[in-house]
Write a protein that binds this ligand. Sequence first.
Ligand code: FEO
Length: 167
Amino acid sequence: MASEKMLQALNDQMNFEYVSANYYLAMAAYCADEDFEGIENFFMVQADEERFHARKFYDYINDRDGRVKISQMEEPKNEFSSIKEAFETVLDHEKKVTSRINDLMKLAHEESDYATISFLNWFVDEQVEEEASMKTIIAKLNRIGESAQGLFMLNKELGARTFTPAE
Ligand code: FEO
């Protein structure tokens, strides 16, 4: 069995993944209000991914004989001045997630908890991908600038994203 300290830290991260899902739902709602349905879809898929991440923690805690506890969620940011600001908020948030995953990994190493190290490896890789994809979109938004046509194209591109859980 993993230590109580480790299980508590994993449970905190599971709850944070649900917080992340709500962050993205709030961004999807902002995009819907701005009539960017493709970008709304992108954030909806991202929210699905975060719930999938949370579910991985949920299952792992149970597999290690821990007791999952759901905590109250903080209110996400609901208002944005632009699509670009929404994506910059995402990138900041994902950097926070990466830092939390690194802290979990550090604790697992301190406790020589090899099963948890193996479990967390998936998240280390996932965070590299998540940060990279947000940086790519921000770079595109920087190039687009005030171009309505550029934003229209990006909206179309992000509308094609679908949820495919990576094992
Ligand atoms: Fe679950 Fe986007 O990190």
